[in-house]
Write a protein that binds this ligand. Structure first.
Ligand code: CA
Length: 224
């Protein structure tokens, strides 16, 4: 199946040109001409890569990226007419994988896209394992002792962070930031609520002890 690329760019001429070139290379392409539409499409998780302009109507590209990173980790290449160091650093800080300054040579953009997609494929084989528990980030699947464990997106993200940090006590605030985003304004006990969901689907369901509460601090996942 061909890789799907989303172009978030308000300059129709550039968007159209890049779209045609990408289609010519065999990619499936969608476009969004403003920040809000771009964010919605990114959040669908349907894309293998996103080309994201910074100067956009509605929400600017940096804001789109910041919000999108709460739920999806699709690789992003930022596009901008301005070669300012600040935008570059901000974009990379917020989780963009690469950066290209307009006007760019289409060949350079295509080369960067190929590099980025190859990296994603390599990452595809890297599943996490803690004892009998395994998690595949790209297939979005979790198994315990070979049995599939159905998790929601947030439960999955929470478990992923705990598995990546096996044996390390994770503060509630850290988990909150990483799963719900820095400026999450909802209930502060949301982490506890989701830990209960995870426990019922793992510890309780399989009669094991994986998820530990560290009073006053947070949570830790330990090998059985
Ligand atoms: Ca623009």
């Amino acid at each position: 199946m061909s890789d799907r690329i989303l172009i978030v760019e308000d300059e129709e001429r550039i968007a159209r040109f890049v779209e045609l070139e990408l289609r010519h290379e065999g990619y499936a392409v969608d476009k969004a001409a403003d920040g809000r539409t771009g964010l919605e499409r990114m959040e669908s998780g349907e894309y293998d890569l996103v080309l994201l302009d910074i100067m956009l109507p509605g929400l600017n590209g940096l804001e789109v990226l910041r919000r999108a990173r709460r739920t999806v980790d699709t690789p992003v290449i930022m596009l901008t007419a301005r070669d300012t160091v600040m935008d570059k650093i901000t974009g990379l800080d917020m989780g963009a994988e690469d950066y290209i300054t307009k006007p760019f040579e289409i060949e350079e953009l295509l080369a960067r896209i190929r590099v980025r997609l190859r990296k994603t494929e390599r990452r595809a084989s890297k599943a996490l394992e803690v004892g009998k528990l395994s998690l595949d980030p790209d297939r979005h699947t979790v198994h315990y002792d070979g049995h599939p464990v159905e998790l929601t997106h947030r439960e999955f993200e929470l478990l992923k962070i705990l598995m990546e940090n096996e044996g390390i006590v994770m503060a509630r605030s850290t988990l909150m930031e990483q799963v719900w985003g820095y400026d999450y304004m909802g209930e502060t006990n949301i982490v506890d609520v989701y830990m209960r969901y995870l426990r019922s689907k793992l510890d309780d369901a399989y009669g094991v002890k994986l998820l530990y509460t560290v009073r006053g601090v947070g949570y830790v996942l330990r090998k059985e």
